[in-house]
Design a binder for this molecule. Structure first.
Ligand SMILES: NC(=O)c1ccc[n+]([C@@H]2O[C@H](COP(=O)([O-])OP(=O)(O)OC[C@H]3O[C@@H](n4cnc5c(N)ncnc54)[C@H](O)[C@@H]3O)[C@@H](O)[C@H]2O)c1
Ligand SMILES: O=P(O)(O)OC[C@@H](O)[C@@H](O)[C@H](O)[C@H](O)CO
Length: 386
């Protein structure tokens, strides 16, 4: 069995590649980092280390890689594949779509074997969005056939994999916990048998619970941590003020998730506590700048901060602490992050209100707008005095 996986980065090697290998797939990575591609091809194996006592290591063998710009070779691999997965980042999905479309075109000209393409990105409807990009690149005949033969089931993936800094360029340290949920109702053909994957008939509660708890909490810690001068998540969460604000933000999303999806309140509280424990894992050093990366993406209307905050109002919940997280995200002026630089420049040029309105879609007369503006002014004043 062959699995073609786009993105040989942290989650690609440290989670998806590992589970696919353990399920018996030969994993072929597609990446645009030439050094990574060469290293994988010369060693054909890499190690995954668990961030826990004893740091146990497992080896992922029999892997290879193709450079993403070698469309011909990528298309050929997809034509032969049993499964396609991605972990490249939401903004990269449009860029991998042409190669996937070329692979599908080649494949359906040769056989009627079904294929599933699973985007493992932190976003709602990732595979569906990828499908839109891919289908835009197919001709009418291929599109009709692909509609029948190629499934794009949405997925939710959870495992904290920080930036890696090892002498061994392929070694990846990951937290022990993982969760991978896939929408079974959108699979075409046989269900891929992968130990560790949970198939569900409705992914929405799962992806919202994951994104609006793990990623919301992470974002609040990262952006407040950055404002207060902390470098890593486990350091920032040890600050009582940050921990309190994060817990309160997660109480807001928790109330929303329980009301909207009917999760058991007690079980959800336990889920939150477990996540806070994962953030504090002393065996992982996760930079606040990684977790806060791409603030424009994270401030988008459906994403982890504004998404739940806006929905809170429908359930009578006032998202005061999500508002604080949004304010801190707007002020994330990290010079090495292009989206942070863009926000900072635009705040200077057009003002905070304009930027808040533009990137979050929150209307000026909405209650959330003033909640965020009040917090942003307080954070700005605090930074001036520090
Ligand atoms: N790291 C985590 O803790 C984690 C956990 C769950 C989900 N995710 C999600 O997984 C995705 C990847 O995150 P990551 O942390 O692994 O990032 P990463 O930067 O470590 O990996 C992304 C990889 O994609 C490659 N890439 C970029 N453009 C490409 C292209 N056009 N074609 C092929 N490859 C390309 C990069 O070279 C890189 O190796 C994101 O959507 C992220 O939200 C990450
Ligand atoms: O990957 P991002 O940029 O969407 O979010 C940063 C982190 O919150 C994220 O990578 C988490 O570590 C991960 O989602 C845990 O499952």
């Amino acid at each position: 069995m062959l699995a073609v996986h786009f993105g040989a980065g942290n989650i690609g090697r440290g989670f998806i590649g590992q589970l696919l290998h353990q399920a018996g797939y030969e994993v072929c990575f597609i990446d645009v980092n030439q050094e990574l591609v060469d290293e994988i091809n010369s060693r054909k194996a890499y190690s995954v280390q668990l961030a826990m006592e004893g740091t146990p290591v497992s080896v992922v063998e029999g892997v290879r890689a193709i450079h993403g710009q070698d469309t011909e070779a990528v298309a050929e691999a997809i034509a032969k594949a049993d499964l396609v997965t991605t972990a490249v980042g939401p903004n990269v999905l449009p860029h991998i779509a042409p190669a996937i479309a070329a692979g599908i075109t080649r494949r359906i000209a040769q056989s009627d074997r079904p294929l599933n393409v699973i985007a493992c990105e932190n976003m709602i409807g990732g595979s569906e969005q990828l499908k839109t990009h891919v289908f835009a690149k197919l001709d009418d005949i291929a599109r009709e056939k692909a509609q029948e033969l190629v499934g794009f089931p949405n997925a939710a993936v959870d495992r904290i994999v920080p930036l890696q800094k090892h002498e061994d360029k392929l070694l990846v340290t990951v937290e022990p916990f993982f969760e991978w949920a896939v929408d079974q109702s959108r699979i075409i053909g046989d269900i891929p048998q992968i130990e560790g994957v949970t198939y569900v008939n409705d992914l929405t509660p799962y992806i919202e619970r994951k994104l609006y708890t793990v990623n919301t909490g992470h974002a609040v810690i990262a952006y407040l941590g950055f404002q207060m001068g902390y470098a890593a998540i486990d350091e920032a969460i040890r600050d009582d003020e940050i921990l309190r604000a994060t817990r309160q933000a997660l109480q807001e999303t928790g109330a929303l998730l329980v009301a909207k999806h009917g999760f058991d309140k007690g079980q959800h509280e336990a889920y939150v506590e477990k996540i806070l424990g994962r953030f504090a894992n002393p065996y992982i050093t996760d930079q606040v700048t990684r977790v806060g990366r791409s603030p424009i993406r994270k401030l988008a209307p459906q994403d982890r901060l504004v998404g739940p905050a806006m929905q809170c109002f429908d359930y009578g919940i006032v998202p005061e602490h999500l508002g604080l997280g949004i304010a801190a995200a707007l002020l994330f002026d990290f010079r090495e992050d292009p989206e942070a630089v863009q926000l900072t420049e635009e705040i200077k040029q057009f003002g905070l209100e304009h930027v808040l309105k533009t990137y979050t879609g929150i209307r000026v007369n909405h209650a959330l707008f003033s909640i965020v503006m009040n917090h942003a002014r307080e954070l700005q004043a605090r930074r001036k005095t520090n």
